[in-house]
Design a protein around this ligand. Structure first.
Ligand SMILES: *Cc1c(COP(=O)(O)O)cnc(C)c1O
Length: 375
C-alpha cells in the first residue's frame, strides 16, 4: 500500500470558478479577490483583510506597515518555517529567537519575556500545527511592554483558544494559501487586522503604493493615480483567489474530518506509547499537521522505515537557528534553544488530509506503531 503525505482537495467547484474568471475580461486583483477578502474577514470575525501573493509577502508587509527596520528586534520561535524569521532580516531588523514549550512546541511566553530588550518592537508567535499560542497572555505582555504582535497563522485558520480566534488579539495576522495548507490556491496569503489605518497602509504597500488599483482603473472612466508610498508588488490575482471561495465554504466540514483522523491517531499512538505534541484542554486546533516524536537519535530511522512502507512523511521543522545560514551569520550553536532542538530532532509529520480513506488511516496507524517498536 502507498499513502500520500498530502493530496489537495480542489475539484469541480474550483474548476468552474477558475473557468469563470478565465472567461471574464479581468484576470488580476479585482472582484473575486474583493469577494474573498470579505468572506475571509467574515469567517475570522476580524475587521479587515488584504489578500497577498504569499504568507511570506504578508509577514514582510506586516512588519513594514508597523515601521519595523534597522535597530529593531523582533522575537520569533526557532521551531517554525524559515519564512517567519527571514522576513525580519529582509526588513533589516534583528531576529531574536525565544524557545518553545516542550509539550506543545509553541512559543513560550516566559522565554519571550526573557528575550525582551529595549529594542524589541514586535513578537511573531506561530500557531504551530494549528494550535494557537496563549494569545491572551501574549497580548497582555505586548500591552505592558508597548509591543506589536504579528500572528503567523499559516497553520491556523480554523483554530480557537480561550474563546479567541486567529487575528482577533494580534495587531496583524498572516495566513498562507500555499499548496499544502488547509485552503489553497497554489501560492497565496492574506493579512487580517482590526486597525483601519494599518489596513489602508497594507493596501498601498501591496501594490506599489498606488492610490488606485487596476480594478479602480478598469471600472468606470480613466482617473489619474498617484504613488503615495514606496510599495511592493504582492497582490493576489482573481485567477487565484477565485479558488479560495468555495474552499472557505467547506473549511469547517474538512476540519471535522481532519479532527476525526487526529483523534484516531492520538488514541492509537497513546496506547502504543508514542508521544506527540499536546493540544491544550479546551483549545481547538486547526489540525493542519499531525506530528509524532521518535525516540532521541532515531528520527531519521523512523522516516526511512515509514517511507519503505510507502507512507509519505515530512519534517516540520528542524529548529531553524541551526540551519547553515543562521549558524554562520549569527553564531548559534546546538544548545542555544534546547526545547526547540529536542522537538526538531525527533519530529515526524504523518499524512493528514480530509480525503484519507479508512484503509489508509489504518495502514498509517499500524505501520507507524510497527516501525516505532522496531527502532
Ligand atoms: C507555509 C508557512 C509560511 C509561509 O507561507 P507561504 O505562503 O509559502 O509564504 C510561513 N510560516 C509558516 C509557519 C508556514 O508553515
Amino acid at each position: 500500500m502507498k499513502v500520500d503525505y498530502f493530496r489537495h482537495n480542489l475539484g469541480e467547484e474550483e474548476i468552474q470558478a477558475f473557468l469563470e474568471v478565465i472567461k471574464s475580461p479581468f484576470l488580476t486583483t479585482g472582484p473575486k479577490t474583493a469577494e474573498f477578502e470579505a468572506a475571509f474577514t467574515s469567517y475570522l470575525q476580524t475587521r479587515h483583510s488584504v489578500a497577498v501573493s504569499s504568507c511570506t509577502a504578508g509577514l514582510f508587509l506586516a512588519l513594514k506597515a508597523l515601521g519595523i527596520g534597522p535597530g529593531d528586534e523582533v522575537i520569533v520561535p526557532p521551531l517554525t518555517f524559515i519564512a517567519t524569521a527571514n522576513v525580519v532580516l529582509h526588513c533589516g531588523a534583528k531576529v531574536v529567537f525565544a524557545d518553545v514549550e516542550e509539550d506543545t512546541g509553541l512559543l513560550s511566553l516566559s522565554a519571550t519575556r526573557m528575550a525582551l530588550s529595549p529594542r524589541t518592537k514586535a513578537i511573531i508567535p506561530v500557531h504551530l500545527y494549528g494550535q494557537m499560542v496563549d494569545m491572551k497572555g501574549f497580548r497582555q505582555l505586548a500591552d505592558e511592554q508597548g509591543l506589536k504582535i504579528i500572528e503567523d497563522c499559516a497553520h491556523a485558520i480554523e483554530a480557537r483558544r480561550d474563546n479567541v480566534g486567529p487575528g482577533q488579539l494580534g495587531d496583524l495576522a498572516v495566513f498562507s494559501f500555499y499548496a499544502t495548507k488547509n485552503i489553497t490556491c497554489g501560492e497565496g496569503g492574506a493579512i487580517t487586522t482590526n486597525s483601519s489605518s494599518l489596513y489602508e497602509t497594507l493596501r498601498l504597500l501591496r501594490q506599489h503604493g498606488m492610490s488606485k488599483s487596476a480594478a479602480d482603473r478598469y471600472h468606470g472612466k480613466y482617473q489619474h493615480w498617484d504613488m503615495l508610498e514606496l510599495g511592493y508588488k504582492f497582490n493576489l490575482p482573481d485567477i487565484q483567489s477565485c479558488l479560495l471561495l468555495s474552499q472557505l465554504k467547506k473549511i469547517d466540514q474538512r476540519w471535522q474530518r481532519r479532527q476525526k483522523i487526529c483523534q484516531r491517531y492520538e488514541e492509537e499512538f497513546s496506547r502504543a506509547e508514542i508521544s506527540f505534541p499536546l493540544v491544550v484542554a479546551g483549545a481547538k486546533s486547526a489540525r493542519h499537521l499531525f506530528t509524532v516524536w521518535a525516540p532521541t537519535g532515531k528520527r531519521d530511522l523512523m522516516l526511512a522505515g515509514l517511507q519503505e512502507r510507502g507512507i509519505g512523511v515530512a519534517v516540520n521543522y528542524r529548529s531553524i537557528h541551526l540551519l547553515t545560514y543562521f549558524q554562520k551569520h549569527f553564531g548559534y550553536e546546538p544548545g542555544s534553544f534546547p526545547k526547540a532542538e529536542a522537538i526538531g530532532e525527533r519530529t515526524v509529520s504523518l499524512p493528514l488530509f480530509p480525503d484519507l480513506t479508512a484503509a489508509e488511516i489504518d495502514y498509517v496507524v499500524t505501520q507507524t506503531i510497527d516501525v516505532f517498536k522496531n527502532l
